[in-house]
Design a protein around this ligand. Structure first.
Ligand code: ARG
Length: 482
């Protein structure tokens, strides 16, 4: 028996060593906001386009394996600056403001900001922009330019969302970079461009100031690609590819062409997979965050009640109060961003885990107060009776008080779980592709807000109804045990 065990151990160790011995290529992390065709966009569940292609090519020449992370545009520079990512490749315009935070490579393309309007619009020249509602993607040079020179723009999370708003007459014009504008025009016949551009710009890749060495090596390869004509080839390839893309069905109003719209939003290019995969992420994050929240919440509630009842554990009680104040006093999105960018800033952890930790810690604070409420609702006499029967404080807590507290708290707890499930919909802030984000990706490809949002809402609703039923069953079970 011992011998067998010993050999097994040896075998496992050998496997481990063989596994470790395999030389893995070092990783190069690139961040982008993949809503910007032909530079970066999601197609067939992958991030494609000019930027990923160039960076992948250079990474492989430098001996790296490329990892691409999709996030909101206004976060890409911060990601590189904080060391969370090595390079930002996102159709980034070189500006003096940005140069203060990161270094730019040599530029690889020239661009300009242009104005998209509906064909039917009275806006003909830049002069007509006065007093119009202008849509932009938040954090872009278009945003800065409009804010500085024309008016306060309406800021959207992505270019395609701004265009969708234009199509629905929520804004009068959209200011965006010329190449993406061309792609949007190809897909929507009801749009046109103003002749004059607003700005002249250059795109480059951004690398952290601490990473001079990478900058030098990267520039060298980029230079080579430019001189050999390879760069021009890649750019042309993606421009051509995107100018062929079939026009998206015209806007037929809410109910018009529902079947067409259904096919476009869910069937074409297997878009339903964005919802399916997103749903799975949402379920994983919610489930484990609930568990974590219960553990933290019970712990905190027990310490707080014990401190109240016995006058001991002053220090622990102080920290519990601090935790409750901070967590309940700040928005969960901010907590999520702090945990991702600051606490896990320099380490590479799976975003699902980051989300579980963030939502778990957040939920724990609410669970704690719910459970404490439950504990307080139990008559003092019960504890006294238990103690006089010879049970210790902790024994009475465990055997007598907590089970009852849990039962009284169950409806409120159920409420908290439902809130948590829906709160995970802000995961997109750290570019986690949850259910909501899945819907967002579809919307950015089809410019259709109606069906994707409806589908996302229906899925959340279904899960909440199911959860409600489960909690109801649990409550009935506990009643029967009385
Ligand atoms: N060129 C503009 C800028 O640097 C817009 C870039 C938007 N890029 C994107 N991947 N969405 O601000």
């Amino acid at each position: 028996m011992m011998k067998r065990f010993f050999f097994l151990l040896l075998f496992a160790a050998a496997l481990c060593i063989a596994g470790c011995g395999k030389q893995e290529k070092p990783k190069l992390v690139m961040v982008t906001n993949a809503t910007f065709p032909p530079y970066e966009y999601v197609a067939n569940q992958r991030i494609e386009g000019i930027d990923p292609h160039i960076v992948r090519e250079i990474a492989s020449r430098l001996g790296y394996e490329l990892v691409i992370q999709d996030m909101s545009f206004d976060a890409v520079i911060a990601a590189v600056q904080s060391g969370k990512a090595d390079i930002a490749a996102s159709g980034l315009t070189v500006t003096d403001e940005r140069k203060k935070q990161i270094n730019f490579t040599i530029p690889y393309v020239v661009a300009e900001q242009v104005v998209i309007v509906k064909k039917s619009s009275p806006v003909r020249t830049l002069k007509d922009l006065k007093g119009k509602r202008i849509g932009v993607q938040h954090g872009t040079t278009g945003d800065t330019f409009v804010a500085k020179n024309i008016c306060e723009p309406e800021r959207f999370s992505t270019g395609p969302v701004a265009v969708a708003a234009l199509l629905k007459d929520k804004v009068d014009v959209v200011v965006i970079d010329n190449e993406p504008a061309q792609v949007f025009l190809k897909q929507r016949r009801e749009l046109r461009l103003l002749k004059e551009p607003l700005t002249a710009e250059e795109y480059a890749f951004a690398i952290g100031k601490h990473n001079k060495e990478l900058l030098g090596r990267f520039n060298k390869e980029l230079e080579k690609m430019r001189n050999s004509g390879e760069l021009a080839g890649i750019i042309k390839h993606y421009k051509d590819l995107n100018s062929q893309s079939s026009p998206v069905a015209a806007d037929n109003g809410y109910w018009g062409g529902i079947k067409e719209s259904f096919k476009l939003n869910f069937v074409k290019d297997k878009r339903y997979l964005y919802l399916l995969n997103g749903f799975w992420v949402t379920v994983k994050v919610s489930f484990f965050a609930v568990l974590l929240g219960i553990v933290i919440g019970f712990g905190t509630a027990i310490i707080r009640s014990a401190a109240d009842q016995t006058g001991k554990f002053k220090l622990a009680d102080f920290f519990c109060r601090l935790y409750l104040t901070v967590i309940r006093g700040t928005p969960v999105v901010v907590q999520l961003l702090i945990i991702y960018f600051v606490i896990f800033g320099a380490v590479d952890v799976d975003k699902v885990i980051v989300a579980i930790i963030a939502f778990g810690i957040n939920s724990g604070a609410y669970v704690a107060e719910i459970i404490r409420g439950g504990i307080m609702s139990i008559d003092k006499g019960q504890m006294e009776a238990a103690r006089s029967l010879g049970l210790s404080y902790w024994q009475s807590m465990r055997e007598i008080i907590l089970p009852q507290a849990f039962k009284t708290a169950l409806p409120s707890l159920g409420n908290e779980f439902i809130v948590l499930l829906k709160e995970t919909s802000v995961s997109g802030y750290i570019a986690l592709q949850d259910l909501t984000k899945g819907g967002d990706i579809i919307r950015s490809q089809t410019y259709d807000a109606f069906l994707p949002l409806l589908a996302v809402a229906a899925i959340y609703l279904a899960v909440v109804v199911l959860l409600g039923k489960l909690l109801e069953c649990l409550e009935k079970r506990l009643k029967r045990n009385e």
